[in-house]
Design a protein around this ligand. Structure first.
Ligand code: COA
Length: 144
């Protein structure tokens, strides 16, 4: 299925499939001139989406495409699935602020009172941050 909500030369492709009993999984890709630039995956349950992965391919990083994919996906989810909240778990190498910075710039906040967990894959140690974004409001003033 193709969606036309994006401006410029970008096309959002979405694939939906039933996942478990009530959830739907959706993959939203960012495509420019027939090349896939990045991909994101969401699980939908009621009015909430869980962003399970977002990835911009190496040649296209740091050019604003991550911001665009996030914006288009949020618009799409609000308009088509009435989503008002996105949850995610940000995996960030310890001693780095990269990923949390990216999500913060896109309006996410770290869940207050959540414990920062760690994961070690035997190569890198990651800090895991539970973050969320309420759609349709200015999250910079959110305190919950
Ligand atoms: C995280 C990721 C999706 C960002 O995509 P991107 O296209 O490189 O990001 P953008 O160019 O749109 O940058 C968006 C903003 O985040 C900031 N940002 C992006 N990557 C950053 C980094 N490594 N360190 C610090 N800030 C970063 C940019 O400065 C930019 O800020 P601005 O809007 O004020 O200019 C991409 O780097 C990626 O695919 N990473 C590997 C996969 C990953 O870690 N996904 C998250 C799993 S939790």
């Amino acid at each position: 299925m193709q969606s036309n909500l994006c401006k410029y030369h970008y096309i959002l492709l979405r694939y939906t499939q039933q996942y478990m009993k009530h959830d739907i999984s959706i993959i939203i890709n960012l495509i420019k001139h027939n090349k896939t630039i990045g991909s994101s995956k969401y699980f939908i349950s009621n009015n909430t989406a869980l962003l399970s992965s977002i990835n911009i391919y190496d040649n296209y990083k740091y050019k604003g495409y991550g911001n665009r994919l996030m914006y288009y996906a949020e618009t799409f989810l609000m308009q088509n699935y009435n989503i008002n909240r996105i949850n995610t778990l940000a995996w960030q190498p310890s001693c780095s602020t990269d990923i949390v910075d990216f999500y913060t710039k896109n309006g996410f906040i770290t869940n207050p009172n959540s414990i920062i967990q760690t994961y070690d894959d035997s190569v890198t140690q990651f800090d895991l941050f539970h973050m969320h974004k309420i759609l349709g409001i200015d999250n910079s003033s959110e305190t919950m």
